[in-house]
Design a protein around this ligand. Sequence first.
Ligand code: ATP
Ligand code: MG
Length: 257
Amino acid sequence: MKTRSKLRAKTGAQASARPTKKLAAKPAAKTAAKPAASRSARPGAKAKAKPGRGLFLTFEGGEGAGKTTQIARLARAFEAKGRRVIVTREPGGSHIANRIRSLILDPKMKGLVPLAELFLYEASRAQHVSDVIRPALSNGHVVICDRYVDSSVVYQGVARGLEASLVKRLNDQATGALYPDLTLLLDLDPRIGLARVGTRGILDRMEKEALSFHQAVRAGFLALAKKERRRFRVVDASMSRDAIHAQILAALEAHLG
Ligand SMILES: Nc1ncnc2c1ncn2[C@@H]1O[C@H](COP(=O)(O)OP(=O)(O)OP(=O)(O)O)[C@@H](O)[C@H]1O
Ligand SMILES: [Mg+2]
């Protein structure tokens, strides 16, 4: 099993923000001890965790909500406590899945019909779960995935208008019904999120969608979180990076502790 850095090299999973001395000295870094004190994050607490099962966390939310930023910080918090962390992302996350990702996000794929888009996401997901997520969980690692099944429920289901039952069925098939232990939803007004990613330069095919599409995505995520209260925690992503990180640690502690 690959650790974070090795996995990134192999799969092209997203780069994490680098730790800095300044960050480490901040109160948020101190609270990083919290997830490791929780049920399955505490070193030596394996007896209480499900056998052969690591901890599976996913981050969801609209474009520019801060998922990648917060995942990097959370990964460091776990690593500081000696946990092995696999940071990965959808679409993509493994060699083959990344090739599918480049098709999905290519701005030249303008005529891609919603059903074909859904199948591509599910194809990427099936490969990624098999190549990366299941093996890592079997080895007892913490897996943090940037987007997962809920993004298809919301983007392809709610926002593109595909049948919810179809999306659910394909999600279940692609993952073998592997669902996260906890899903952190970073909730943000899409106007703020899009302004954040706009500063990155070239927008991908999803980012180029109209504001109404992104508003439907936000509403879809919130409705889903309400429906699946036990698995979701909604985090206010309009705050500072430190405040969001603290909220995430608190949510983890409450859920797992
Ligand atoms: N709390 C915050 N306040 C202001 N800016 C932020 C905050 N968190 C992240 N950012 C900045 O906003 C931009 C988007 O953040 P990030 O890439 O983490 O979001 P994302 O949800 O992963 O986006 P995408 O959906 O495009 O992958 C980055 O430039 C990041 O530095
Ligand atoms: Mg990101």
